[in-house]
Design a binder for this molecule. Structure first.
Ligand SMILES: Nc1ncnc2c1ncn2[C@@H]1O[C@H](COP(=O)(O)OP(=O)(O)OP(=O)(O)O)[C@@H](O)[C@H]1O
Ligand SMILES: CC(=O)N[C@H]1[C@@H]2OC[C@@H](O2)[C@@H](O)[C@@H]1O[C@H](C)C(=O)O
Length: 377
C-alpha cells in the first residue's frame, strides 16, 4: 500500500461510560491529512447495557467462558452493524466508498502486565469478522492486544491522533489534550510535532466515578451540567486522602481499567458533597499529571463528554496554569474525536504505521497493531 494514499475510513468507539457507539467517517492518509466527515452516536439500549455490565462482572471474576460475555459480544457487534448502516445513510454514501472500518469494540477488562514477569490482558468484545461479513467492508479490530503482548499498556491509543490534530493547529508551544471520558487520558503533543516526542497516559477517573456516584445515590446516569457538584462542598480531607492513591504517583506510561478507582472514600458524604469532592478529585488528577510531562503545555484542549460538565471545567481552569479550551474552540469535534481516532488508526494499521510508542504505552519500540478481517467477496 502506498504510504501517501488517502483512504476513507469509518471509525467506531464505544467508551467506558457504556453510553453507546460513536461512529465517524474520516478521510486520511494516516499521517497528516485528516478530513472528518459525517458522525453519529447510537445509544446502547437498556438491555444491552445490562448485558455489557454482566459481561464486565464475569470478566472481572475470571469467568471467561460465561454465556453473558458471548451474548454481550454478539449484541455489541450488531449494534456496530447498525451504526455503520445508519452512518452510511446519514453521509449519503455507498459502502463501496469506504476502504476500511476501525472497530474498537467494548472494553470489558483491562489488565496490562504489572511487571516484566507477568502477562497482561486487555479485552474488547465484538466480532470483527462478523462486522466485515455483515457490512461487506474490511474491518480492523483488536487494536490493543499486540501492544499488551509486547509488554505495553495497550492504552491510550488516541495520542498519535491527538498529535496529528495538534500539528495541524501549527502552535509554537506544546499542546496538552485531555479526554474526559469514563477514564481521563492526557496527550502531550510536542511543539515540534515529532511522534517520538509524544507523551501520554491515563491520568485518572474522568467522569467514571461521578457517574457511578450519581447512579448509586440518585439513579441518574450523570451529574447533568455539574448541577449537584455546584451545590456541594469539597471535603478537602477526603480529597487529600483520595490523592494518595498509588496510581497517581506511578510514573507513566500507565493506563487504567474503568473500575480501578473506587467510591469508598466518599460513601459517607451527602450526595451533593460527594459530587463536588469527586469533581474536584478528577480535576486534581489532571493537575497532578503535569509533573510527568516534559514541560507544562502552553495550552490544554479538552474533549470527551466531561467537557460538557461546567463544574468540572471550572475546576480544571482553576487547577491548570495554561489556557483551557474545549475541542470546539479549536475546530475539533469533542464528541467524535475517539471515533475519528479509530478510523485514523485503522488506516495506520493497514499501512503498518505505528499506533503506539515507548512514551505512550511503554512498548519497547514504536509498534503497529490491529487485526484485519477482509470484506467477503
Ligand atoms: N451535560 C453534561 N453534564 C455533565 N456530564 C456530562 C454531560 N454530558 C456528558 N457528560 C459526561 O460525559 C460522559 C460521557 O463521556 P464520553 O462519551 O466521552 O465517554 P466514553 O467515550 O464512554 O469514555 P472513554 O473515553 O473513557 O472511553 C457521561 O457519562 C457524563 O459523565
Ligand atoms: C482499555 C480502554 O478501553 N481504555 C480506554 C478508556 O477510555 C479512555 C481511556 O480509558 C483510554 O485509555 C482508552 O480509550 C482511548 C480511546 C485511547 O485508547 O486513547
Amino acid at each position: 500500500m502506498e504510504l501517501m494514499s488517502i483512504m476513507t475510513a469509518i471509525g467506531m468507539m464505544s467508551g467506558t461510560s457504556l453510553d453507546g457507539v460513536d461512529a465517524a467517517i474520516l478521510r486520511t492518509d494516516g499521517l497528516d491529512v485528516v478530513e472528518p466527515g459525517a458522525a453519529l452516536h447510537i445509544p446502547y439500549d437498556r438491555d444491552l447495557k445490562i448485558w455489557i455490565r454482566r459481561a464486565i462482572k464475569a470478566a472481572l471474576e475470571g469467568r471467561d467462558g460465561a454465556a453473558d460475555i458471548g451474548k454481550a459480544a454478539r449484541e455489541v457487534t450488531m449494534a456496530h452493524v447498525a451504526a455503520v448502516e445508519a452512518l452510511l445513510e446519514k453521509a449519503g454514501i455507498r459502502r463501496i466508498a469506504i476502504d476500511v472500518i476501525g472497530f474498537h469494540g467494548q472494553t470489558i477488562l483491562h489488565r496490562p502486565a504489572r511487571s516484566p514477569e507477568s502477562t497482561g490482558r486487555t479485552w474488547q468484545i465484538g466480532d470483527g469478522r462478523v462486522l466485515a461479513e455483515e457490512t461487506k467492508i474490511g474491518v480492523v479490530c483488536d487494536f490493543r492486544s499486540a501492544d499488551v503482548a509486547a509488554g505495553g499498556e495497550g492504552a491510550p491509543l488516541a495520542p498519535v491522533y491527538h498529535a496529528a490534530l495538534a500539528r495541524a493547529l501549527g502552535r509554537d508551544h506544546a499542546v496538552g489534550v485531555l479526554n474526559l471520558g469514563g477514564v481521563a487520558n492526557v496527550t502531550y503533543a510536542p511543539a515540534d510535532g515529532a511522534e517520538s516526542g509524544i507523551v501520554a497516559f491515563d491520568c485518572g477517573p474522568g467522569n467514571g466515578l461521578i457517574d457511578e456516584w450519581m447512579e448509586l445515590k440518585t439513579g441518574k446516569a450523570m451529574d447533568e451540567d455539574g448541577a449537584l457538584a455546584r451545590r456541594g462542598r469539597v471535603h478537602t480531607d477526603v480529597l487529600r486522602y483520595m490523592l494518595l492513591n498509588p496510581y497517581l504517583r506511578r510514573r507513566p506510561p500507565k493506563s487504567l481499567d474503568r473500575y480501578d478507582f473506587k467510591l469508598d472514600p466518599v460513601l459517607d458524604l451527602s450526595v451533593a458533597d460527594g459530587a463536588a469532592t469527586l469533581t474536584a478529585f478528577t480535576a486534581a488528577c489532571v493537575r497532578d499529571c503535569e509533573k510527568f510531562l516534559p514541560s507544562p503545555p502552553g495550552e490544554w484542549i479538552v474533549c470527551g463528554g466531561g467537557r460538557r460538565n461546567p463544574a468540572l471545567m471550572e475546576a480544571l481552569e482553576k487547577a491548570l496554569d495554561a489556557p483551557t479550551l474545549v475541542a470546539e474552540n479549536v475546530g475539533w469535534r469533542g464528541d467524535d474525536l475517539e471515533a475519528e481516532c479509530f478510523a485514523y488508526l485503522a488506516v495506520r494499521s493497514l499501512k503498518k504505521l505505528p499506533l503506539s510508542f515507548p512514551k505512550t504505552t511503554r512498548v519497547p519500540r514504536p509498534m503497529t497493531g490491529g487485526v484485519f478481517h477482509r470484506a467477503p467477496l
